[in-house]
Design a protein around this ligand. Structure first.
Ligand code: ZN
Ligand code: FE
Length: 754
């Protein structure tokens, strides 16, 4: 019997070719009805029998466009409405409507094929369709319509307009639709050169790469700097000019074959790599590129082409791999404005390739590491932002300010958490401006008015000052959330965990309720509150922040703390390489407690071991010492060092044994044993907590869990011992995920249950 069915589909279904897809599917089914963009989703009405409706709905789920993500499908029976045929009804801006904004989508295979065959788009580097192209980076307002994007100044030509309005066309309502005669164009500037022909531009870039020089190129979400990744002189020259420390550069490879030549690429890694999000993946290195690419590490941050220009370039350049790094001055946000690019990047590269479409929202490349077969986000940006995280609580009106380094902010709309793209370290003035800019953007884009504000407990975080001003200025309540509680709750938020769980947070730093620096936290965590169960022994950080920059200081402090002031430091090679005066100053600090805050941050213990093994005594970028330590692991061992768990966790015996091993045992083995020790501590404390409380759900978070070896080992040991373990997949486990945790704590405390 024929009836009417109203199907409400929620999720990321706008700006991803969803309505044309529904249209084609309904037409194939010969259904009468309509599809319309509605509040928070798309409504499809069809008239058919029950069985057909079921098949149709199953096909919607199974065949949806790649970038769409269906969160829920609700079906309601209605009367038959006398539709003739199937139509796309224009969307109504209902005012209260907020819809999701699609992240940017890598160019699709159909469009790449069109580059050779579509007469109006031969070699057109801004080709796109409803399945691909820029989204978040060009949007100014909702609803997502061409007039509300930075494509507005480009008047569609007849051909494009026809495709744009032809329901059966792949470019139907593709807002950035354009072609050679009407769309944006690239231009290259270098010295007196000023080139606008795309093939000449490609030739020029190719010559520069071959000559060992670099190029600044405007990408989807900002400018990148590019050079040949096989040319050591070119890479080190770029490092020098960019004033970039040893922090690894990302590398774009021609294709997966090229990746396989230089990296180990597992099947799951390949799948993520080829996905429309096209992130950077941290892969294990097989064959070295230019050494300056990732100085000393055994990993490569690899990505594949995602813009038409990248594909066109790899067709003509000799090298299979180019360095592609953010175009910025160190610590500043990625540059998106053309004038600033010329001012700041021309001196670095001598050549700037830009295009005449404005970037509204900048995004960096996202960075992922596959851990235990799952996505672990290190940087959440292009291809991910601003896709929301679904909560099991109403978080409407909550603004979460995030942390400080790797900052992201987050706003609550209904039961959704809209987290910003990676913003960076907001201590940097330009990055703090970017933070303000992003807050304004998210407020207007998602029609957000804050009703409560939440931030970190740290008294000196700029995100905290911002939150204070926002709360005071608007008479709103302000909540301060402990850093590691927020880390734990970020995992609870992702997995909809309720009740109490065991939180294991291995982190760098975070302000504790006792005023010390925390970061090896075992907590009993509920979404609203937490109780600290235990942590590693406090260590002294001689010189405060200087100790985080100079891991040898942490090594000294560890031995001083565990073995006393009489310890024979010069028996270790490490301390024989350090200037005696510096050693004396550090000793002074330790004995008198001058400028010596206490920390139990797990990262500092990794620092100490990395320094003792002479892998990294002075860090040139955040986490370098722990990364070098993980990188040193080779071969397999289950051995671990002894440790003691009482009120706190004592690593005295661990360090005693490590020192005994130094010089006698391979560094790679010591590194592995130390990692295993950490995993065994985690296991043993969790067992102790389970015995005390009966809890067996464990959440693992904190920046230290970006360490693949440690996380996989911990996951293995915990699951072998019948714990249910949860980690971050939608947001980073580092401080980039803090704002999500803060948001849920605030929502929970407000007590609005769904
Ligand atoms: Zn396409
Ligand atoms: Fe943290």
């Amino acid at each position: 019997m024929e009836e009417g069915y109203e199907i409400l589909i929620r999720g990321l279904v706008q700006g991803v070719g969803f309505r044309p897809f529904i249209y084609r599917l309904a037409t194939a089914y010969r259904l009468n009805g309509e599809v319309i963009n509605r509040t928070g989703g798309v409504t499809v009405t069809v008239e058919c029998d029950r069985e057909t409706a079921d098949r149709f709905i199953a096909d919607i789920r199974n065949l949806a466009p790649p970038a769409a993500s269906i969160r829920s499908v609700e079906v309601r029976r209605t009367g038959t409405g006398g539709f003739s045929g199937f139509k796309i009804t224009p969307s109504i801006d209902a005012g209260e409507t907020i819809t999701e904004v699609s992240p940017d989508i890598a160019v699709c295979d159909d469009c790449l094929a069109d580059l050779a065959t579509d007469q109006g788009r031969i070699d057109y580097p801004f080709i796109n369709c409803t399945n691909c192209g820029p989204r978040f980076t060009i949007i100014k307002a909702l609803p997502y319509d061409r007039a509300a994007t930075t494509m507005a100044p480009f008047q569609m030509c007849k051909g494009c307009a026809a495709e744009y309005s032809d329901i059966s066309d792949r470019r139907f309502h593709a807002q950035p639709v354009a072609c050679n005669s009407c769309g944006p164009v690239y231009m290259l500037k270098a010295g007196d050169l000023n080139i606008t022909d795309i093939n000449e531009i490609l030739q020029c870039i190719s010559h520069r790469l071959a000559a060992g020089t670099s190029v600044a190129i405007k990408s989807t979400g900002g400018y990148n700097l590019m050079c040949d990744a096989l040319n050591e002189k070119a890479v080190s020259e770029l490092r020098l000019r960019k004033e970039r420390d040893r922090k690894p550069f990302a590398v774009m490879f021609r294709d997966t074959d090229a990746i396989r030549e230089y990296c180990y690429l597992e099947k799951d890694e390949e799948t993520v790599m080829l996905s429309w999000r096209r992130p950077i993946l941290i892969l294990r290195q097989k064959k070295p590129l230019a050494p300056a690419v990732s100085s000393g590490l055994n990993t490569i941050g690899a990505m594949l082409p995602h813009m038409p220009l990248h594909y066109m370039l790899f067709k003509i350049i000799g090298t299979p791999a180019v360095v592609l790094t953010s175009g910025n001055l160190s610590e500043e946000p990625i540059i998106k404005d053309d004038l600033q690019a010329e001012r700041d990047l021309m001196p670095i590269s001598g050549c700037v390739v830009s295009y005449n479409r404005e970037i509204t929202n900048r995004v960096d490349d996202s960075v992922i590491r596959m851990i235990g077969g799952n996505v672990s986000l290190i940087r959440r940006s292009r291809g991910f932002a601003p896709q929301p995280v679904e909560l099991n609580r109403v978080a409407e009106g909550i603004f979460a300010a995030g942390a400080e380094q790797k900052n992201s902010l987050c706003i609550g709309k209904g039961t959704q958490a809209f987290m910003s793209q990676f913003l960076g370290d907001i201590k940097n003035v330009a990055t703090y401006d970017y933070y303000h800019e992003t807050f304004r953007l998210f407020s207007s884009l998602f029609r957000f008015t804050p009703s409560s504000v939440v931030c970190d407990m740290h008294p000196d975080y700029l995100s905290g000052s911002f939150a204070e001003e926002l709360a005071e200025g608007n008479g709103l309540p302000l909540m301060r959330i402990q850093h590691h509680h927020a880390h734990a709750v970020s995992v609870m938020a992702e997995h909809h965990l309720t009740g109490r769980v065991i939180g294991v947070i291995m982190d760098g730093t975070g302000y504790g309720t006792d005023g010390n620096i925390w970061g090896s936290e075992f907590i009993i965590s509920a979404a609203s509150d937490f109780e600290r169960y235990t942590h590693f022994d406090y260590l002294v950080m001689p010189g405060g922040d200087a100790a985080a920059d100079e891991p040898w200081r942490m090594a000294f402090s560890c031995l001083y703390g565990y073995f006393g002031s009489d310890y024979d430091f010069t028996s270790l090679k490490l301390f024989r390489t350090i200037d005696e005066k510096k050693l004396a100053v550090v000793r002074e600090m330790l004995s008198h407690g001058i400028n010596s805050p206490l920390t139990c941050g797990a990262g500092r213990f990794f620092d100490a071991v990395s320094a003792l093994l002479m892998l990294c005594t002075k860090a040139s970028f955040d986490s370098e010492a722990p990364m070098m330590l993980e990188s040193a692991i080779a071969g397999i061992t289950d051995d671990f060092y002894p440790f003691a768990i009482s009120e706190t966790v004592c690593l005295g015996q661990t360090f005693h044994e490590i020192i005994r091993d130094i010089g006698r045992t391979d560094v790679s083995l010591i590194a592995a044993r130390f990692h295993n020790t950490m995993a065994h501590i985690i296991l043993d404390v969790c067992i102790k907590i389970r015995n005390d409380t009966g809890l067996k759900e464990v959440v693992l978070s904190g920046g230290v869990f970006q360490n693949r070896y440690l996380l996989e080992k911990s996951l293995y040991l915990l699951s072998m011992n019948k714990f249910n373990v949860y980690t971050n997949h939608q947001v980073p486990s580092n401080d980039g995920g803090i704002s999500l945790g803060q948001l849920l704590v605030a929502a929970e405390r407000r007590g609005l249950c769904v």
